[in-house]
Structure formats: C-alpha cells, structure tokens
Design a protein around this ligand. Structure first.
Ligand code: C2O
Ligand code: CU
Ligand code: CU
Length: 497
C-alpha cells in the first residue's frame, strides 16, 4: 500500500532488468500491485502457481472406518515471494490436506499436537456429537493426540477444520492451521458439476496476513487489531496472488473465506457473471447467477465460472469490497484501505482445451423448509464494557447458556447492536436463513448455512433442527467467527438434551 503507482511502475521496470535482485524486491512490489483501490492491472510476470492442498482419502480399515491422521506441526513457508515465514500446518508447513469423505461412512481422525502448546481441532459445519466436535472442551496438549470418530451425516459440501482453542483460535489459525473437508454423496455425483479435484474443481482458501520485514507473522500489534486482525497481504492456499492454470470450460471454485476478520466481495475483473451452486452446508436449490459475492469469515461458497471462450487468456479473481464497504462498517475507522478498495486475489490462466464437459443443472437440491416447534431464542451481539458479548455475557467455559431439546426446530433471532458486521456461527447443525431485517434473504442464502453475516444493526432470523446428538454434559458453541471477537468471548455454549 505504501507504494504509489509510479513507484510500482518503477519497480516493475527494475525487476524486469535486474534478475537477481528480483526475489528481494518482489516482496516489496507486492505491497502495491493492484491493491491500492485503483483498477490498474497488476503485473503478473512473477506470479507463482496456486498450491493445491493434497486430496486425501485416509485409509479404509478392516472395521469399515475411514481413518485419517492430522499432525499439527511447525514449518516454514514462502507465503509471499522472497520471504520465509514460520508457520503451522496439518501434515505440512501450512494449511492442511483436503479430507475426502462420503456421506454415510464412518470416519476416524487422529489429531496429533506437535505445536508446543495446547490446541484442538474443530470440524466446522460437521454434524457430529458434541464430544467429537473439537471445541475448547476437547483441548489436548503438545505431544498428545485426540481422536474424533463419527458418521458422516452431512450432505455433499465443502466444510473445514481449524483449531478452536480457548483464547487462542485466532492466533493458531493465523499461523496457518486450517484445511478443507470435501464431503461427497451420490446425489451430488450425479449432477455433472465440475468435480475433478485440482483440474476443474479447485479449492481456494482466501486469507490475509501481515508480515514483518523479516518474514515473521505479525499478530495483534495494535489496539485496532483486537477489533479483528486484518493483513495487507492476500493469500490463496497459502500463497500471495498466485496463478492457476485451467481448461477452457466450466470450472468450479470451492471458496473458503479462511481469514480471521476480512470480508471479501468476490468478482472477476471483467465483471463476468458466475453461478453460485453451493453455500456452507451443501448445494443450493438452484444455481444463482451473480457477478459479485460477499463472503464473511468462515463462509464457503462454491461457484462455477464459464471459461470456455477464454483460451489463451487470463483474468483476475478480485475482491471489490470497496463497493459495499459502507454496509459492512458503520463505525468509523474500522474499514482499512483494502476494505475501501479492490484487491487482486488469484490469476486464472486458461491455457488448455476443455478436459471435461461439466454442466450446471437447473435443479441442484431439494431443501424442505423447517417448521419451528419450540419458542424462539434471542441473541444480541454487542460490546459491553469493552468486552465482546452475546446477550451481554462473555463466554464462560463453565456456564451453559442455552439448553435445547433433542428434536427441537428453533428460530434463533440474532441482533447486531454494533456498527460492524459479525459472522454468527452455530455448531452442531446447518440452518436455514428466514429473514434479514424482516426481508427474505438473497437467493445465495436459500441453502444450508452454518455461518451468517449479520450486518451492522441488523436482525437475522435463522431456523435449525437440533436432531441426533443429546449430551447433557458436553456443550456446543455459537459465536462470532471474527476470531479476535471469538477469542475475546463473543461466544456462548448450548447443550442438546
Ligand atoms: Cu469455525 Cu466454532 O468454529
Ligand atoms: Cu464450527
Ligand atoms: Cu464479531
């Protein structure tokens, strides 16, 4: 950001000429490229390839249980060209493999902690017993392991896993711990959507980071960061502004906003329309055509973009947050330059003919509206005495805030009493969105969700069925998914009995 456009041009020229100074300078050049809110094209010559996390299937045991191992470990990663950064990863230096599992299977995941401090791993979006949820009540220490075992009840969807350690979630995720889960089922298989992993079905974990000059991750440096840690470097799958090579056909992007606090408003540089086919918990009833898509932290959307006429061309996937910034932040000073501008995220290069001929059917899923059978619950998100609270209480591990009857179908009304957006996340179940300030939700929110962006001073009503897992002792959580708000106790606990 500190570099002016002319300085950037100057750097671009120097880089083209010099050769060996290139690595050292490219980190600097990255500060300015296309991220200053202007629509100036970013030079792409130094772009590196998009890392694709390995798709792992685990091992099928004789007892019919699909078994995975995830070791949380330290490593070193070139997040940004020319800088080495100490990071944490699952089974690698940063992020983690994409776990492939099928609805109806039983899976066992052994998580090993080798990061030098207590941690947990939570299966975000997964409908599992509270004791298998990987929430703060299942914390385990360095050198220890914890094993979750559950039946895969979710439908085909893109879920994710990340630490959920009390007071440390933000930092542990920021250092690199997060990965995707790809749940498959027969219904989704039969639709003909792009589904060749890494070829025309591309996982994208979008995150922002702030690095020190020595490459170290900067976390919570200013009081402002406590409102939500945002960075000035934009990473996709752990790499700054990478490039992905794609065939000239329809391509599916499975996008996770894996950022601690940053909100994105995705679009392509030529404003082309794309189809949103899935939200957090599964396929939408029908594809929704848009040219922009808002994504709050922890939300997932799967989109299909048609590249069939783009052979030999490239285009940027960008965040145009500046177009909606006033709806995200009413409080002064919370939006930074990137929130007010445009950010380049990923360069798509169409370099080969079609490999597959995927389709997007007009009907994708059947979602039956839930009928509430219990009283509504009200949740108010606010800052009280400098603390982030829900219903005026900071989270207390020893306090159960809500008791939900097994089988209840409940409306939860979430009120945001603040001038900034809070993404509200509910463990255990996927929910349906009923309304935003009394109005029907937009079409992209008419499928299953586990995280919902609640805008400044907005009231959102959701409905969920609390089926399957009763446990009077082990709670689930609901919380804001801006991780610094969660860590500062904008969270509550509920049991299902
Ligand atoms: Cu993604 Cu309670 O977390
Ligand atoms: Cu969760
Ligand atoms: Cu929040």
């Amino acid at each position: 950001m500190s570099l002016s456009r002319s300085r950037r041009r100057f750097l671009g020229k120097t880089l083209a000429l010099s050769g060996s100074g290139w690595l050292a300078l490219s980190g600097l050049a990255g500060c300015g490229g296309g991220n200053d809110g202007s629509n100036a094209p970013t030079p792409v010559d130094r772009t590196v390839d998009l890392p694709i996390p390995p798709l792992v299937e685990g091992r099928m045991r004789a007892d019919g249980v699909r078994t995975f191992t995830l070791r949380m470990q330290p490593g070193e990663t070139e997040l940004v060209a020319g800088l080495r950064t100490a990071t944490l990863g699952y089974e690698g230096a940063v992020l983690g493999p994409t776990l492939r599992m099928r609805r109806g299977e039983r899976v066992r995941i052994q998580v090993i902690n080798a990061i030098g401090e207590p941690a947990t791993t939570h299966w975000h979006g997964m409908h599992v017993p509270a004791a298998m949820d990987g929430n703060p009540h299942q914390t385990f220490g360095d050198g220890e392991s914890w094993t979750a075992e559950f039946d895969v009840l979710n439908e085909a969807s893109t879920l994710w896993y990340h630490p959920h350690t009390e007071g440390k979630t933000g930092e542990q995720v920021y250092r690199g711990l997060a990965g995707l889960i790809r749940v498959e089922d027969e219904h989704a298989d039969a639709l003909g959507l792009p589904s060749d992993y890494g070829v025309d079905d591309i996982p994208l974990v979008i995150q922002d980071r702030r690095l020190r000059a020595d490459g170290g991750l900067a976390y919570l440096e200013t009081a402002h960061d406590l409102m939500g840690m945002k960075g000035d470097r934009f990473l996709v799958n752990g790499r700054e502004r990478p490039r992905v090579y794609l065939p000239a056909q329809r391509v599916r992007l499975r996008v996770l906003n894996g950022s601690n606090a940053r909100i994105y408003y995705l679009g392509f540089e030529d404003d082309r329309p794309f189809q949103v086919v899935a939200s957090d918990g599964g396929l939408l009833p029908e594809p929704v055509t848009v040219n922009r898509l808002r994504m709050a932290p922890a939300e997932r959307f799967e989109i299909v973009v048609d590249l069939s006429r783009d052979l030999g061309r490239g285009l940027w996937l960008r965040s145009y947050t500046g177009e909606i910034v006033n709806s995200l932040y009413m409080a002064r000073g919370l939006a930074d330059t990137f929130d007010r501008g445009t950010v380049d995220l990923l360069r798509l290069e169409v370099d080969r003919n079609a490999i597959h001929t995927p389709v997007v059917p007009q009907r994708l899923n059947t979602i039956v509206a839930l009928e509430p059978n219990a009283p509504d619950r009200l949740f108010t998100l606010e800052v009280t005495n400098g603390e982030f609270t829900i219903n005026r209480k900071p989270m207390d591990m020893r306090r159960i805030d809500e008791r939900v009857r097994l089988g209840a179908v409940e409306v939860w009304e979430i009120r945001n009493n603040q001038g900034m957006l809070h993404p509200f996340h509910l463990h255990d179940v996927q929910f349906q969105v009923l309304s935003r300030d009394g109005a029907a939700p937009p079409p992209v929110e008419r499928g299953w969700k586990d995280t919902i962006a609640v805008l400044p001073f907005e009231t959102v009503r959701i409905v969920a069925r609390f089926a399957d897992f009763a446990d009077p002792d082990v709670p689930y959580m609901y919380h804001c998914h801006i991780l610094e708000h969660e860590d500062r106790a904008m969270m509550g606990q509920f049991v299902v009995t």
